[in-house]
Ligand binder design. Structure first.
Ligand SMILES: Cc1cc2nc3c(=O)[nH]c(=O)nc-3n(C[C@H](O)[C@H](O)[C@H](O)COP(=O)(O)O)c2cc1C
Length: 172
């Protein structure tokens, strides 16, 4: 697998387009012995600059198994799937790592990252290795009422994780 380190701005338009198309794959390490990689699909996220650093911001509901994984490690990887991985993204976005080893079930290959413990996904085309430098919760009282009705009828408000982008790699 030949991966090249690139600037975080490289092909950012393609990353954001893919987030809207299939979703992106968010990997983290479950705090078990031995540690177990988990993956979930995300459809929400931002890439920008905060505190003078490149940051990937992701939105994770407390009910997700991934939530506990990020809480325990303060690390995650966002990987960009191919168009052909649409079904993988649907399954990673409906099964839970609490119940099933999604890497095994979905035929995904975990690769060691350089800067974080969470894995890259060999089948994906681009990877953002991130370390959490801040988090906060969506504030119930401050959300537009229509968005609240659509997205939070049962609460479970997202926690927003600000991941400093430590390394970006892309398939050659
Ligand atoms: C296209 C798509 C986008 C999604 N986006 C998000 C998201 O941004 N945040 C979130 O908390 N859940 C999102 N989900 C739901 C999670 O991926 C899903 O609940 C997953 O099963 C959680 O896995 P886990 O329990 O192993 O963490 C999305 C699901 C799909 C199919």
């Amino acid at each position: 697998m030949n991966l090249t380190e690139v600037e975080y701005t490289r092909n950012l338009d393609a990353t954001l387009r893919q987030m809207a198309e299939t979703g992106l794959l968010l990997s983290s390490m479950a705090p078990e012995q031995p540690p177990k990689p988990n993956v979930m699909t995300i459809g929400w996220g931002n890439v920008g600059i905060l505190w003078g650093r490149p940051v990937f911001t992701v939105y994770v509901r407390p009910s997700r198994f991934t939530f506990g994984c990020i809480e325990a490690s303060d690390e995650f990887v966002v990987s960009v799937p191919t168009e052909q991985m649409r079904d993988v993204c649907m399954e990673a976005g409906s099964l839970s790592g609490r119940d099933v080893d999604k890497f095994a079930r979905l035929g995904l290959t975990a690769l060691e990252a350089a800067k974080v413990g969470a894995p890259l996904i060999a089948e994906c085309v681009r990877h953002y290795e991130c370390r959490v430098i801040h988090c906060n919760d969506v504030v119930d009282a401050e959300i537009d009422p229509a968005a609240r009705a659509d997205f939070y009828p049962e609460g479970n408000l997202h926690r927003i994780y600000y991941g400093q982008i430590l390394r970006v790699t892309e398939k050659e």
